[in-house]
Design a protein around this ligand. Structure first.
Ligand SMILES: C[S@@+](CC[C@H](N)C(=O)[O-])C[C@H]1O[C@@H](n2cnc3c(N)ncnc32)[C@H](O)[C@@H]1O
Length: 515
């Protein structure tokens, strides 16, 4: 009997548990519309498959925030599936199921998982598995994705990662020769690699992105780094390789899941833009773009078939998009940070838009009322930039806030309770967006305390948050990130942070349905 079921994938340490907020229906609909295609249907239930779902936290977020979506998560690591089922059970999520199965099994066995799927998500998986397993995932998409369905595939790209291949190989060989668990052995393997670099190995310096990765390695979360580097199939890909395979599943590339990747003018100097325009082939142009921006990661969205849509209809979808503000501070002169880098923006355009988002949703018509000089394309580009830079998020068109609100609240309470036992969930699920926003321990413990019963005054809240933090050995940090020593010094920071949360509760958190 073959007892190695791992296909060279790391299974001796579990993966991390972050919630990936843009893997949700509202965000995918925004990207589809941005690329001239219909948003996801809202007149029926959707089926959502998370392939290689890990611990299932993102899948549970989608299920809790979107009661109209049936979520199915699959992973071959039983530890992950057990954890995902535990979270779904504990939160009382009844629209998510998790299955222990390999990519090979789901490609072959039609009885595993839903028959017709609206969205397939492949996140943190595709460039870390063998080409056979990549083929199984594409075959699964070919057999199950419905016409008009979306497939999201994230993968590392050779333009920003190729230099890491021999380094990851060395790490894997060193860890394999060590008898300890991967995360423990990895720290020493990284130390050896850095010694080589510092003592003059001629392979260094590697490319700018890879240099950054090597720098970050010694401080990286060991569980994340083990999955990132130690799989025996770690191999960054090219756009062409993935697009060709997806064509076999009858899927066409729509765009990237960041909402600004298509704004080529922002990323190409005029000299490079002319070389670019002379390239007639779409795939070659995409690869050329990846070289220019030294892209390290692609998060591509494919569609099974492209709808032919009159311009007035696609304009209508754009006009329907509503963004909700996330209360991020706008500092005039500060660039917006998005996936491909930093964007300098015109304060006169963006400051009033961010201001508008503090009290109301933002639609295309609002942008054009505030800035009548912007045409439709520029106004929509401004909305995309606001979303990508974290100032706003698309509102879920289907979220029935009462139902989603109950499930989201249960998931938030569950995460806070787990944080009290030492987990690190730094997110809050919002029914308004059908997704999650980032948070911090002080905000989460303040909410936990407030939700546990009525009648908390500020002093009681602050002391109970300090108790929570102290019990778990979590250090309060000053604004510059430096840790603060004693309880008395920490109190000043906590008083301010609790006050901020109370303000957010009557502002942004209420708008997001987090209450
Ligand atoms: C890096 S994790 C990503 C998890 C999750 N998608 C996320 O982003 O948080 C990759 C996942 O793929 C799963 N996986 C790897 N090879 C697999 C295979 N052949 N069949 C099924 N799952 C597999 C692993 O167990 C792991 O949970």
């Amino acid at each position: 009997m073959n007892t190695d079921w791992t296909g060279g994938y790391v299974v001796d340490v579990p993966y991390t548990e972050a919630l990936t907020s843009d893997l949700c229906p509202a965000w995918f609909s925004m990207i589809a519309v941005l690329n001239g295609q219909p948003p996801l249907p809202t007149d029926r239930r959707l089926t959502w498959a998370d392939v290689g779902c890990g611990n299932g936290l993102t899948a549970c977020m989608v299920a809790a925030g979107n009661p109209n979506v049936d979520v199915w998560g699959v992973d071959f690591n039983p530890t992950h599936v057990e954890r995902a089922r535990h979270v779904a059970n504990a939160v009382g999520i009844d629209n998510a199921t998790f299955e222990e199965a390999s990519f090979e099994a789901i490609a072959r066995d039609d009885a595993l998982g839903p028959h017709e799927i609206d969205v397939v998500v492949v996140h943190g998986v595709y460039s870390w598995i063998s080409t056979e397993n990549q083929g199984h995932i594409v075959e699964f998409i070919r057999r199950r994705l419905r016409p008009g369905g979306l497939a999201y595939i994230m993968y590392e790209v050779a333009t920003g990662w190729a230099g890491m291949i021999p380094l990851a190989e060395l790490l894997r060989l060193t860890v394999d020769a060590d008898r300890r668990r991967s995360d423990l052995a990895l720290a020493d393997a990284v130390r050896t690699l850095l010694e080589l670099r510092d003592r003059g190995a001629k392979y260094f310096p590697v490319g700018p992105h890879e240099t950054n990765q090597v720098e970050k390695m010694s401080n990286a979360d060991a569980f994340y780094a083990a999955h990132e580097y130690l799989g025996s199939h770690f191999a960054p890909l090219t756009f062409d390789a993935v697009a060709t395979r997806m064509a076999g599943a009858h899927c066409s590339h729509l765009g990237t899941s960041d909402a600004t990747g298509h704004m080529r003018g922002m990323w190409l100097s005029p000299e490079i833009a002319s070389t670019f325009e002379h390239q007639p082939d779409e795939v070659a142009r995409e690869q050329m773009f990846d070289l220019v921006v030294q892209r390290a990661l692609r998060r591509d969205i494919y569609r099974r078939g492209k709808a032919t849509v009159p311009g007035s209809v696609s304009e209508g979808w754009k006009r329907d998009l509503r963004l909700i503000g996330l209360d991020r501070d706008f500092k005039p002169g500060d660039p917006f940070k998005v996936l491909l880098g930093e964007v300098r923006v015109d304060n006169d355009i963006y400051e009033p838009l961010v201001q508008h988002l503090r009290s109301s949703d933002l639609r295309l018509s609002d942008v054009q009322t505030i800035h009548p000089q912007l045409d439709l394309a520029d106004a929509y580009a401004a909305m995309c930039l606001l979303a990508d830079a974290g100032f706003a998020f698309p509102i879920s068109p289907t979220s029935r806030e009462d139902e989603a609100g109950i499930a989201a609240r249960r998931m938030n309470e569950f995460m806070i309770a787990e944080n009290r036992r030492g987990r690190d969930h730094l997110a809050l699920v919002s029914p308004a967006i059908g997704s999650a926003i980032g948070s911090d321990f002080i905000e989460l413990f303040t909410l936990g305390e407030l939700w546990s019963g009525p009648g908390h005054d500020l002093e009681v809240l602050v002391e109970s948050v300090l108790d929570d933090l102290e019990r778990q050995g979590r250090r309060v940090r000053a604004a510059d990130g430096s840790p603060i020593g004693g309880r008395n010094e920490a109190r000043a920071v906590v008083v301010e942070a609790v006050g901020r949360t109370l303000g957010r509760m009557s502002g942004v958190l209420r708008r997001l349905g987090i209450s």
